[in-house]
Design a protein around this ligand. Structure first.
Ligand code: DI6
Ligand code: FE
Length: 400
């Protein structure tokens, strides 16, 4: 007999094969077996060991935060004050603040301090119904320190009920030891850090910051070649502050995602379609930097490129431990519909992490990562902030 049956629910399947808006199946049931969605439908339901009456509530896939810099030391409240006084992010970065100051604080922190800080932020995300989080390195910028960050990410996944995808972001900023010698640092990333992360199986993907305050497209290309040689997936922070053609480069490598993309030219969106690369929108960074350049949403929609939404949780540009607020910001600031926003933190977020065959929809065979909601319509998930919390969180069939 099957493990569980949840009946008398409305299913927000988000499955493109379900024709209604949100892939909605009203007055339906969902059966779980061995942690996976066994079957779902309307009408006659199968029998199970445990039957739960959903009392007319909604069930959605659990949320996925597909862009997150969860682990860091210190904080950047001082820099926040400077920015409010009119200094720009780039100015502060050039003066040795920005990412470099978090690198110093992260290197100085003990493993336990990094773990505890990250654990607190992770808990805030999990409380909202997130059950999958991407965690990037990128504040260590040396072989040992980058691997240390990824190990802490792995440790979190053993102690919390969450799936963590790890991304090596060694090419985030130039460490002080390599001042004026970015190519030598990229050599280290390609020849030592990427191979070591691959051998220890510490990373699912490799990311870069392709930007004036980060690395050039040529340097990013070298990083991607090394990632590819080690069979790691590719992602990129691109076109966040300027247009260097980073998105096109990521697409050339069939990358999982291009992230930020405020300065992406509408004409370059077609490259993303060809490679099935997800456009990851990060409205928390847009908001915090008081950015005014909007990502080319109309062109992305027109080209039918998948849009994901994530927190970009980091101490500098997006101190935001709320994916639900990011969903709301994506609607208010970027003009996404609540349905696009919800797909952005489920179906398309899964795609941005290479997890489409496991997560992100209510579909037979996928993990039973589910949220129950006491709401009247799925748009409520994007509409309010801190108004509705999940009535229940289920991960791989277990009620948390
Ligand atoms: N873009 C961002 O928004 C973050 N990293 C990146 O490449 C910022 C990270 C920071 O300022 O600490
Ligand atoms: Fe980021």
């Amino acid at each position: 007999m099957l493990d569980q049956l949840i009946e008398n629910v409305h299913l927000i399947t988000l499955d493109p094969e379900q024709p209604a808006a949100y892939g909605l199946l009203e007055n339906a049931w969902l059966a779980i077996d061995q942690g996976k969605i066994h079957s779902l439908g309307q009408g006659a339901a199968p029998e199970a060991e445990l039957t739960v009456d959903g009392q007319g509530q909604f069930i959605s896939p659990a949320l996925i935060d597909c862009h997150n810099h969860l682990i860091w030391g210190g904080n950047r409240a001082q820099e926040f004050e400077w920015r409010l006084q009119g200094r720009s992010y780039q100015e502060i970065a050039k003066a040795g603040g920005g990412i470099a100051s978090t690198v110093a604080a992260t290197r100085a922190a003990t493993d336990e301090e990094l773990y505890q800080g990250a654990a607190q932020r992770l808990q805030a995300l999990l409380d909202e119904g997130v059950t999958t989080v991407e965690v990037k390195s990128g504040y260590g910028l040396s072989l040992e320190q980058e691997l240390r960050m990824l190990r802490i990410a792995k440790q979190l996944s053993t102690e919390f009920s969450v799936h963590i995808s790890t991304t090596l972001l060694a090419a985030h900023a130039l460490p002080p030891e390599f001042k004026d010698n970015a190519d030598a640092y990229i050599d280290l990333v390609c020849r030592e850090i990427i191979p070591a992360a691959a051998v220890e199986k510490l990373a699912d993907a490799v990311d870069v910051f392709c930007e004036g305050v980060g690395f050039t497209p040529d340097q990013c290309r070298r990083v991607f070649e090394a990632a590819k040689a080690h069979s790691l997936a590719i992602k990129g922070h691109v076109e966040q502050l300027s247009d260097l053609g980073g998105a096109k480069l990521v697409a050339e490598f069939d990358g999982w995602s291009v992230d930020h993309i405020e300065y992406l030219q509408a004409g370059d969106v077609a490259h993303l379609k060809e490679s099935d690369t997800v456009a990851v929108l990060l409205p928390g960074a847009f908001y915090s930097l008081k950015e005014t350049q909007l990502p080319p949403i109309a062109a992305i929609r027109e080209a039918n490129v998948a849009m994901a939404v994530a927190t970009d949780l980091n101490p500098g540009t997006s101190p935001l431990a709320s994916l639900r607020l990011a969903m709301n910001q994506a609607c208010v600031l970027f003009g996404l519909t609540p349905e696009e926003s919800l797909r952005g933190v489920t179906q398309h977020a899964a795609q941005a992490l290479g997890l489409s065959s496991q997560k992100g929809m209510l579909k037979v065979g996928l993990d039973a990562d589910l949220l129950m909601w006491n709401i009247g319509h799925p748009s409520e998930l994007s509409y309010g902030f801190n108004l509705v919390k999940p009535a229940a969180i289920i991960r791989e069939g277990n009620w948390l």
